[in-house]
Design a protein around this ligand. Structure first.
Ligand SMILES: Cc1cc2nc3c(=O)[nH]c(=O)nc-3n(C[C@H](O)[C@H](O)[C@H](O)COP(=O)(O)O)c2cc1C
Length: 189
């Protein structure tokens, strides 16, 4: 059976983004369970409701990529104790137009990292609130990763064993959630 398709969304457009590094490491850690691809959001124009009915090509591509995903992994930085504007912009395009919300019913695993002690916790909490409102099915638990310079090695592996095990347990639970949701609901007895 084909592996579920995981769309990875990184909430940073910084060249040396630690969240992108972590996202690649998580995708590598979960490569036996998921077939992952990274979804670009840094080329999406600023959301404008005037264009939601006839969106630019980049938005059409973005929404098509969401449509074919079995599950979505968000790896987000925290900006001023919230979601980076780059990511919120992508969320808004995905949610519109009314009746064509690309997020509804999709399972998501939210994580993120920052060099600070609380590892993007407030951004993740805000994102959880927004995505719950949009009808996503969120993996339970909290995965706040405090980034250290050598957390991910040059081969894209997570060097710290306890962080690796911690993230693996999330990936395992997420894989079962995605598989469960992709199965047809049992008919009522
Ligand atoms: C505009 C801005 C706001 C930030 N606010 C926070 C914050 O609220 N909490 C935090 O832990 N780090 C904050 N940081 C630091 C980021 O965690 C750090 O820049 C990190 O590298 C961003 O992730 P990235 O490398 O994936 O872009 C902020 C950085 C920027 C540029």
């Amino acid at each position: 059976m084909a592996k579920p398709h995981l769309a990875v969304i990184v909430g940073s457009n910084r060249r040396e983004s630690i969240n992108r590094k972590l996202a690649h490491a998580i995708a590598k850690l979960g490569e036996d369970e998921f077939d992952a691809s990274f979804v670009r959001i840094d080329d999406l124009p600023m959301f404008n409701q005037d264009h939601e009915g006839n969106p630019p090509a980049e938005v059409v591509r973005f929404k098509n990529e969401l449509a074919r995903a079995d599950g979505i992994l968000f790896v987000t930085p925290e900006h001023d104790r919230s979601i980076p504007a780059l990511l919120k912009n992508a969320v808004d395009w995905g949610a519109r137009p009314y009746g064509k919300n690309s997020w509804t019913g999709k399972p998501a695993f939210i994580t993120g990292t920052s060099p600070g002690a609380i590892g993007s916790a407030l951004a993740q909490q805000h994102l959880r609130s927004v995505m719950t409102g949009l009808g996503m099915i969120l993996l339970g638990g909290e995965s706040y990763i405090s980034f250290k310079p050598n957390l991910v090695d040059d081969h894209g592996n997570i060097t710290d064993e306890s962080t690796r095990k911690f993230l693996r347990s999330f990936l395992d639970r997420f894989a079962s959630l995605v598989v469960r949701l992709s199965q047809p609901a049992p008919s009522p007895a």
